[in-house]
Design a protein around this ligand. Structure first.
Ligand code: SAM
Length: 226
């Protein structure tokens, strides 16, 4: 894998410096304390996933426009979700909504294998190209409707929704392995709660509400149509 781990410039405004400030000011300051996760945020060059954005925008405390009416999510929102997913190095993870591929790149450093579904083929093509350029080899992408999950590749140790769902259908819950965690923004189109569903055993699921959030809407069979 090729990662931009070294110093990229001598000034206080190199991408490395922006990443350090993002990690300290936006993540550590808000109780993101998983060392592997923080390290992934230090390593992945977010600016390469934000086409056309200046560094201060790409590393700002907000989502960034990536075209097609979509965004790469705010760094903190991604970090919160991934920390609450309690990811382990051996995990197989389904990501619903590849977008720019930024979160996919973070996941690729944290888990064994990432399966990522995106419904806008042009976005997926750009994400694939970026990931390939960075030498990421443990991601399997799919163009299609991720609102049904990816049954052929399940069960998954974690399922991460990058878009807000009105509800989580049984067909997706069934794709969680025993002990598996599903993280999703669930609610109305305008505001949601971050929900964690855990498969306790073959029959039982537990569900927790972790707090409020706002994501772009999920499309497809189990999303919003308008
Ligand atoms: N985490 C992504 C990143 O790092 O760039 C940002 C994802 S963006 C907030 C949400 C993405 O979900 C969009 O790219 C959108 O096209 C995608 N999406 C929405 N509904 C979908 C569906 N049913 N299947 C697959 N992708 C979907």
């Amino acid at each position: 894998m090729i990662w931009f781990a070294g110093k990229e410039g001598g000034s206080q405004n190199s991408p490395d410096d922006w990443r350090e400030r993002m990690v300290a000011g936006q993540l550590e300051a808000r109780k993101i304390n998983d060392a592997r996760l923080l390290d992934a945020f230090r390593q992945v060059p977010r600016h390469l996933f934000c086409p056309g954005a200046e560094l201060d925008d790409a590393y700002g405390d907000h989502p960034v426009d990536i075209g097609f009416g979509q965004t790469v999510s705010q760094p903190y929102m991604i970090a919160w979700m991934l920390q609450e997913a309690r990811l382990k190095a051996a995990d197989r993870v389904l990501e619903i909504g590849t977008g720019s591929g930024y979160q996919t790149a973070l996941l690729s450093r944290l888990v064994h294998r990432v399966f990522s579904v995106e419904c806008i083929p042009d976005l997926l093509a750009s994400a694939r190209a970026r990931l390939e350029e960075l030498g990421v080899a443990n991601v399997e992408p799919l163009a299609g409707d991720g609102s049904v999950g990816w049954p052929e590749r399940g069960p998954f140790d974690a399922i991460i929704y990058s878009a807000a769902a009105p509800e989580i259908p049984d067909v997706v819950k069934h794709q969680l392995a025993i002990g598996g965690r599903l993280l999703a923004p669930v609610g109305s189109r305008m505001s949601q709660s971050l929900v964690r569903i855990v498969r306790v055993d073959g029959k039982k699921l537990s569900e927790e509400n972790l707090g409020g959030c706002v994501f772009v809407p999920l499309r497809g069979a189990y999303g919003w149509s308008d």
